[in-house]
Ligand binder design. Structure first.
Ligand code: MD3
Ligand code: FE
Length: 212
């Protein structure tokens, strides 16, 4: 049997592995972080950030948009991937430097279908949830943190049980594959103003997923 791993991060040395999630602290340089922010600004001009409604009737505190074939979307009818921005336009392409990070850590065999862009302003949070709107859980999810520090919490594949928290900082990358792919996770809070990357503060998270 070949012991060649399927995804590149499996042959790399993360700075930590927490409940199966591979953490690559400081993976993205300061210069590259600034370039990513410039790309996200252009992206958000073509596909403006919006506050998704939830099936529970309250809007999310995180503002979001997407790039790629599909965008992640939520409204009164539930969570799903949509082929168009709520204002009707197709989603912009995933920026090249973002795809380069996916290729470096995941694979050159397939690109992600969706790059979800989450923006956390002061007081924004994301409750504990699983990412399970995708057709295929064999592909890992990759997440990039930019801007203010965020207190990230992970639980278990089932609801409830003990949780572990750690801070995500600008330039950190997480890869969730294998048994960690369906772990519950959320963002309890951000330390608004802790990073100089975004002049007006806040945090950007990019989450790359094979969705279709
Ligand atoms: C663990 N975003 O968009 S990224 C999300 O920082 C989301 O905005 C958070 O959860 C954020 O769905 C957390 C880290 C993350 C992303 C996807 C995961 C952790 C994950 C999928 C499976 C397990
Ligand atoms: Fe998630």
């Amino acid at each position: 049997m070949s012991n060649k791993s399927r995804y590149r991060f499996e042959q790399m040395q993360p700075t930590a592995v927490i409940r199966g999630i591979a953490l690559f602290e400081g993976f993205i340089s300061r210069e590259e972080q600034a370039e990513l922010v410039a790309q996200i600004r252009m992206l958000a001009k073509a596909a403006p950030l919006f506050s998704p409604q939830t099936p529970y009737g309250r809007p999310m505190s995180v503002r979001m948009t997407s790039a790629g074939q599909v965008g992640w979307f939520s409204d009164r009818n539930g969570y799903r991937y949509a082929e168009r921005h709520p204002e009707g336009a197709a989603w912009p392409a995933i920026p090249k430097p973002v795809l380069a990070i996916w290729r470096a850590l995941v694979s050159e065999m397939r690109e992600p279908d969706c790059c979800l862009v989450n923006y956390y302003g002061e007081g924004a949070r994301m409750g504990m949830h699983q990412d399970r709107d995708e057709a295929d859980f064999d592909w890992p999810v990759l997440s990039i943190s930019l801007g203010d520090d965020a207190l990230f919490r992970i639980g278990n594949n089932q609801r409830g049980g003990t949780t572990q928290s750690f801070w995500l900082r600008s330039g950190d990358v997480l890869v969730m594959g294998g048994a960690a792919r369906l772990i519950h996770h959320g963002i309890d809070r951000i330390a608004f103003g802790s990073s100089p990357l975004l002049p007006n503060g806040g945090r950007i998270n990019l989450t790359l997923r094979v969705a279709l």
